[in-house]
Design a protein around this ligand. Structure first.
Ligand SMILES: Nc1ncnc2c1ncn2[C@@H]1O[C@H](COP(=O)(O)OP(=O)(O)OP(=O)(O)O)[C@@H](O)[C@H]1O
Length: 252
C-alpha cells in the first residue's frame, strides 16, 4: 500500500483555482520531486499536505486513512498534522532559541500536551543526535543569527525530523541560500534519501531532482502536466509545456 495517496485535490483562493484534480501516490522510502514554473501551485500543494491550507475537496490518505474525512474529531485532525514535516524556504527558526532548543521544542510541547511520557532528557539526546547527523555537533548552543544560511537550514531539517514525520516535505530548501551553501543542504537531503526517508521535495535544482527522486511531477497552471520516473520526464518529456519549461532551465 502507498504511504501517501493524493486524489482529485482541489484548492481555490477567492474565485481562482490554484490546484485542479491533483492525484499522485508515493511508496514508503521514496522521494518525489515537484518541479514547475513560478505560480504553478507547488507551494500550495505542500501547504495543503501540511494542513497550512485546507483543500476544497479531494483526498489525502496516509497508509490508507483519509485525513480529510469530514467525520474526524478535532483531536484526530490535530494529530493528522504529525504525519507530515515541512522544511520552509526561509528556515523559519525561532530566533530566541538555540539550535538544540529549536530542534526539541515541538517534541517537548507534544510530550506535555499528549502526555506521551517522554522524558525531556531523552528528547534532548535525540535532538543532539539529529544535529550531529546534520554535521552541526559543534553548533548546538548557537542561536540562528550566529549560523550561516546552510547551517540554519540544516537545523530546520533536524527540527522537522525530530517530530518523526511519515513524510518529510521541502519547499525549495535551497532557494534562499547563496550558491556556495546550497551543496551542504542538498548533501543532507541526498543522505536522507539513501536512508529511505519518504520525502516530497519542491525544487528548482533540476540535476538534484533528477538524481535524488524516484518520481517527478511537473506542474503548470495548477495541474499535473506530467509525472513519472525522473529520467523519463526530464530527458524525454511527452508534453510541450514540460519541454518548454526544461528548455528554459537549460538556458539558465
Ligand atoms: N494565500 C493566497 N491567496 C491568494 N492567492 C494565492 C495564495 N497563495 C498562493 N496564491 C496564488 O496561487 C498560485 C500558486 O501559488 P504557489 O505559491 O502555490 O505557486 P508555486 O508554484 O509554489 O510558485 P513559486 O515557484 O513562485 O513559489 C499563484 O497564482 C499565487 O498567486
Amino acid at each position: 500500500m502507498a504511504i501517501l495517496e493524493v486524489a482529485q485535490l482541489e484548492k481555490s483562493f477567492g474565485g481562482t483555482k490554484v490546484l485542479r484534480d491533483i492525484s499522485f501516490s508515493l511508496e514508503e522510502g521514496q522521494a518525489l520531486s515537484i518541479i514547475g514554473s513560478s505560480g504553478s501551485g507547488k507551494t500550495t500543494l505542500l501547504r495543503c499536505l501540511n494542513f497550512l491550507e485546507t483543500p476544497d475537496s479531494g483526498r489525502i490518505a496516509v497508509r490508507g486513512r483519509n485525513l480529510l474525512d469530514g467525520s474526524l474529531s478535532p483531536q484526530e485532525r490535530r494529530r493528522n498534522r504529525l504525519h507530515f514535516g515541512l522544511v520552509f524556504q526561509d528556515f523559519n527558526l525561532f530566533p530566541q532559541y538555540t539550535a538544540l532548543e529549536n530542534v526539541t521544542l515541538a517534541r517537548r510541547l507534544l510530550a506535555k500536551s499528549e502526555r506521551t511520557g517522554e522524558a525531556p532528557e531523552a528528547i534532548r539526546r535525540e535532538g543532539e543526535a539529529l544535529l550531529e547527523q546534520m554535521g552541526l555537533g559543534d553548533r548546538m548552543g548557537h542561536y540562528p543569527h550566529q549560523l550561516s544560511g546552510g547551517q540554519k537550514q540544516r537545523v530546520a531539517i533536524a527540527r522537522a525530523l525530530a517530530m518523526k514525520p511519515d513524510i518529510l516535505c521541502f519547499d525549495e530548501p535551497t532557494s534562499a541560500l547563496d550558491p556556495e551553501l546550497t551543496g551542504e543542504v542538498l548533501k543532507v537531503i541526498r543522505q536522507l534519501a539513501r536512508q529511505r526517508t519518504t520525502m516530497v521535495i519542491v525544487t528548482h535544482e533540476m540535476a538534484f531532482a533528477r538524481d535524488v527522486a524516484d518520481q517527478v511531477i511537473f506542474m503548470d497552471g495548477g495541474v499535473i502536466v506530467e509525472q513519472g520516473e525522473p529520467r523519463m520526464v526530464m530527458d524525454h518529456p511527452k508534453e510541450e509545456r514540460t519541454r518548454q519549461f526544461l528548455a528554459r532551465y537549460a538556458q539558465g
